[in-house]
Design a protein around this ligand. Structure first.
Ligand SMILES: *[C@@H]1O[C@H](CO)[C@@H](O)[C@H](O)[C@H]1NC(C)=O
Ligand SMILES: *[C@@H]1O[C@H](CO)[C@@H](O)[C@H](O)[C@H]1NC(C)=O
Ligand SMILES: *[C@@H]1O[C@H](CO)[C@@H](O)[C@H](O)[C@H]1NC(C)=O
Ligand SMILES: *[C@@H]1O[C@H](CO)[C@@H](O)[C@H](O)[C@H]1NC(C)=O
Ligand SMILES: *[C@@H]1O[C@H](CO)[C@@H](O)[C@H](O)[C@H]1NC(C)=O
Ligand SMILES: *[C@@H]1O[C@H](CO)[C@@H](O)[C@H](O)[C@H]1NC(C)=O
Ligand SMILES: *[C@@H]1O[C@H](CO)[C@@H](O)[C@H](O)[C@H]1NC(C)=O
Ligand SMILES: *[C@@H]1O[C@H](CO)[C@@H](O)[C@H](O)[C@H]1NC(C)=O
Ligand SMILES: *[C@@H]1O[C@H](CO)[C@@H](O)[C@H](O)[C@H]1NC(C)=O
Ligand SMILES: *[C@@H]1O[C@H](CO)[C@@H](O)[C@H](O)[C@H]1NC(C)=O
Ligand SMILES: *[C@@H]1O[C@H](CO)[C@@H](O)[C@H](O)[C@H]1NC(C)=O
Ligand SMILES: *[C@@H]1O[C@H](CO)[C@@H](O)[C@H](O)[C@H]1NC(C)=O
Length: 558
């Protein structure tokens, strides 16, 4: 008996001793208190909705295979949800977060626990509110380190820095979107762009100080760059320094050098900066990209990179920002992106397709008796402006509640036309809560076709729950005979958000191996508001891990 106990104690000691090596994955707990906080570092002091009083919000740090448990406590007078943008949510669709798609909002005074695991992913992603326009200030980084003992597929940098780009309105963003919905007109553009919460010296919205990236000569830095802006594609540059891109949307890439990063709302880019220039101060710029005749915030946000040993009040090295309509710069950047496609990180591109879909992306105009011009701006995939239900689609599906949605989202536009021509036909959209059904493990190709209705524009399109491969892109109308021959099925970039070029198309492929309801939408919040969204219903498979699980007990109700 005694020796047995001793044995047990020895064993426990041994386990305790070996524990750090045994622990492959951890459960990490976070508390997100959503509270009002007066901002001080931006041009307008106003009560701003924040997580834990921070703008940007706290970073979620984890390793691949870790589980995170985030308790969100809503202390403000707004409904809200949090979305873990780019997280695959294998088996945990209930934790995905888009309001009225996978869950009802967390109402004022309520709590909800998001519980999910980072399976098969490592890199940088972001979290953000997924209700109305609240993500303007409710956002932060997600950093998923590789599994313990697994190196990066590039030389380990000396340090890592998170760089979050965003947009700032002097007014309450909810007032901005309300005004637009009531008038039927475009919403007011933002008053500044920000880099880690600072605008820098911006006309009309200057803020004290600015973000400083401190570096030491000879060291390397992994910059985890995130575009958390609502409506603006951005260029990111550092004077006098090139960047080596190694990952986008938590997928490793073949490394390539560039002096300009092009990044759309919802996208992330990891790039290595080598501090190989003379001691001094170098400007960092985040400037907008827009190659369509629509209004946008044209202000550049400024930060600085500062070498250790730089004297006080140095003259800064300047950088030239790309012209706002620098389409070629965006193309050069996007064309350089390739999956790493190594033995360890293969690009598993679906080679056969079960569902071949063709979605037009359009902004249109519908009649509206109460609006300023008797009409309102709308937007649609395949001419269907998506109508948000009043209960969550996933709940309706799970509890078999009828009449909330239909499963007839069209695989093709109702009428083919010259999509990128100057046709004024098809301006009016229909509406509905229409979903597209996919069998478990089926493969999907979507050609996202931009149109010239109202104005051609670049649309960063985001799919929840899956990474997709970007197999092709082009300008003008997609040609189903010629264009597939040019597809890259070997090492296309894998990501969760893709910028469909202005007046052009992009083809993506993914495998629907995760049951649930998954949102697809333009990540320009203005277009999401106008209806540029739809959802896929992925059916259950046969095995136990291929079946939608019951909802968590604390899931909010509507
Ligand atoms: C926050 O700012 C508003 C508007 O500037 C002001 O009225 C209010 O007193 C401030 N609140 C706090 C707690 O500082
Ligand atoms: C998180 O989910 C796991 C797996 O379903 C479950 O065992 C665990 O109890 C959950 N934790 C919390 C705090 O809800
Ligand atoms: C915006 O509209 C919503 C719904 O109509 C309303 O509840 C809210 O108070 C409005 N917010 C602002 C800031 O105008
Ligand atoms: C939008 O801009 C117009 C014109 O500058 C201004 O009158 C209006 O108050 C702004 N709306 C909001 C909600 O800030
Ligand atoms: C940056 O890269 C470009 C093109 O690869 C090259 O021409 C340029 O000299 C590089 N600049 C620096 C500072 O390394
Ligand atoms: C930015 O936009 C404002 C307002 O639309 C305009 O007056 C200004 O000339 C623009 N600036 C640049 C650099 O395009
Ligand atoms: C579509 O419209 C464009 C621009 O007007 C034109 O150049 C092109 O020839 C048209 N294509 C077809 C197939 O009509
Ligand atoms: C395109 O625009 C031109 C000039 O505005 C016009 O003459 C032509 O009829 C338009 N074509 C179509 C297909 O609308
Ligand atoms: C949907 O379309 C119908 C018919 O045109 C219209 O009455 C209704 O207001 C629209 N709903 C929304 C949310 O736009
Ligand atoms: C999904 O389909 C692929 C290709 O047919 C197959 O290799 C894989 O085993 C399937 N996965 C599941 C979970 O059924
Ligand atoms: C179920 O397991 C298979 C095989 O391990 C995996 O490919 C698939 O992604 C899993 N699906 C879910 C929803 O966990
Ligand atoms: C908050 O959400 C509940 C449940 O969906 C809904 O009944 C209520 O109208 C929402 N409140 C606002 C201000 O939108």
């Amino acid at each position: 008996m005694e020796s047995c106990r001793l044995h047990l104690r020895a064993m426990l000691l041994l386990v305790a001793f070996l524990y750090p090596a045994f622990v492959q994955s951890l459960v990490r707990h976070y508390k997100f208190s959503v509270v009002f906080k007066n901002t001080t570092k931006l041009c307008s002091s106003k009560p701003t909705i924040t997580v834990n009083g921070k703008f940007p919000g706290p970073t979620l740090y984890a390793r691949e295979d870790d589980t995170v448990i985030v308790r969100v406590i809503n202390h403000v007078n707004h409904n809200l949800t949090i979305h873990w943008h780019g997280v695959k949510q294998l088996g945990t669709v209930w934790a995905d977060g888009p309001a009225y798609i996978t869950q009802c909002p967390i109402q004022p005074g309520q709590n909800f626990i998001y519980n999910f695991t980072f399976t098969g992913q490592r890199g940088t992603l972001l979290w953000h509110a997924h209700t109305s326009w609240l993500r303007a200030t409710l956002h932060g980084a997600i950093v998923i380190l590789p599994k313990r003992g697994t190196p990066y597929p590039f030389p380990t940098p000396d340090e890592e820095k998170t760089v979050i780009l965003a947009e700032w309105w002097k007014s309450d963003v909810e007032a901005v979107v309300n005004q637009s919905v009531q008038s039927g007109l475009p919403p007011n553009v933002s008053d500044a762009h920000t880099i880690n919460g600072h605008a820098g010296p911006v006309p009309g919205c200057s803020s004290p100080g600015g973000y400083t990236l401190h570096v030491e000569s000879g060291k390397t830095y992994l910059l985890r760059i995130i575009n958390a802006a609502l409506n603006d594609d951005l260029f990111f540059k550092i004077a006098g320094h090139n960047l080596t891109v190694v990952e986008v949307d938590a997928s490793y890439t073949k490394p390539f050098q560039t002096d300009t990063i092009f990044i759309s709302p919802g996208q992330t880019t990891n790039a290595i900066l080598t501090a190989n220039q003379g001691i001094g101060k170098y400007l960092i710029a985040a400037s907008p990209f827009m190659d369509a005749p629509v209004g946008f915030d044209n202000l550049t946000s400024i930060a600085s990179l500062r070498y250790k040993g730089t004297p006080a009040n140095p003259k800064a090295f300047l950088t030239s920002i790309p012209p706002q309509n620098a389409t070629p710069v965006t193309n050069t950047f996007m064309n350089a992106l390739r999956s790493l496609n190594s033995k360890q990180y293969p690009a598993n591109v679906p080679l056969t397709i079960d569902h071949s879909l063709f979605f037009t992306i359009a902004v249109g105009v519908n009649p509206c008796a109460t609006c300023v011009n008797g009409s309102k701006l709308v937007a649609a995939f395949n001419n269907v402006s998506f109508v948000m239900p009043t209960i969550a689609l996933l709940q309706a599906y799970y509890y078999n509640k009828k009449g909330v949605y239909t499963l007839d989202f069209p695989a093709n536009p109702p009428i083919p036309f010259n999509y990128t021509g100057n046709s004024t036909a098809n301006m009016q959209t229909t509406n509905g809560t229409r979903l597209y059904r996919l069998g478990y493990n089926s493969t999907v190709q979507i050609v996202l076709q931009g149109t010239a209705i109202i104005a051609p524009e670049s649309h960063p399109t985001h799919l929840h729950g899956f990474n997709f491969f970007v197999v092709g892109k082009g300008i003008g109308n997609f040609d189903p005979k010629k264009d597939p021959k040019t597809f890259n099925l070997v090492d296309p970039i894998e990501r969760n958000t893709i910028s469909v070029p202005t007046g052009g198309w992009t083809a993506i492929r993914f495998r629907a191996d995760n049951p649930g309801i998954w949102f697809l939408h333009c990540h320009l919040e203005v277009h999401t508001t106008w209806g540029l969204k739809m959802a896929f219903l992925v059916e259950n498979g046969k095995g136990p891990n291929e079946t939608l699980r019951p909802p968590p007990a604390d899931l909010p109700t509507c």
